[in-house]
Write a protein of this length. Structure first.
Length: 222
């Protein structure tokens, strides 16, 4: 096993869903910036980045989050950083949406003729390939799935840095959306909460070794 392979696999073996952090240890700004940069560099379908991150530091808002996010309570109490991953809604992910035009024109720098061809391909993908135009929830869920790519990259990067993490789905989605809207942190017409993740340093070692199915049970070679 070469050094790179060992480093990668050691990081995955190190990573676990940290349920209680050491509140006296904070993730350094440099390390957290690296985690955020890994998020920024994450891939997305068509490169349309249907997401936004909120790094929640405000203690007052955290306390309002506490009763509606049961899975985040240990993180609110002890984690160094708590991040909320938002997904874009249908208004921003349709082929003719201003946001999509902005991405193709201002970020991807596509010539107008190429831009319009790409828009046509994208619309066909939404309508015919994945059939996502039936309702608002379908497109939001599609965007949310992509935030999990970002989520995984953040947690893996953290593990490579020796930083613990915990992905969090234990929350009342509608109530969290309402809280973020009330606090002016999110426009609910454009975004909804997808998932949360916390970072810090474990208070103690996991009680059990990591358990996974054998590779032969989950991979089929054809």
């Amino acid at each position: 096993m070469n050094d790179t392979t060992k480093q990668i696999l050691d990081a995955f073996r190190f990573r676990h869903a940290c349920k209680k952090y050491d509140p006296q240890q904070a993730v350094s700004q440099d390390d957290f910036d690296t985690i955020l940069e890994a998020a920024r560099l994450s891939p997305s379908s068509f490169g349309f980045e249907p997401w936004r991150l909120i790094v929640l530091r405000d203690e007052g808002i955290k306390q309002k989050l506490y009763p509606i996010a049961w899975g985040a309570r240990n993180s609110i109490d002890t984690a160094s950083h708590l991040v909320l991953l938002l997904a874009r809604k249908k208004v921003d992910t349709l082929a003719d949406a201003p946001y999509i035009t902005h991405l193709m024109h201002d970020i991807h720098h596509l010539p107008d003729d190429v831009l319009e061809k790409r828009r046509t391909v994208y619309h066909n993908f939404l309508e015919n390939d994945f059939r996502l135009l039936g309702d608002d929830r379908a497109l939001f869920d599609w965007a949310s799935k992509q935030t999990y790519i970002m989520l995984a990259n953040m947690m893996t990067t953290a593990a490579l840095l020796g930083v613990d993490s915990c992905p969090i789905e234990g929350f009342d989605q509608a109530a969290v959306d309402q809280l973020l809207a009330d606090e002016g942190l999110m426009d609910p017409a454009h975004f909804g909460i997808s998932v949360m993740v916390s970072f810090g340093y474990r208070a103690k070692e996991p009680a059990h070794e990591k358990t996974r199915q054998p590779l032969a049970d989950i991979v089929k070679w054809v």
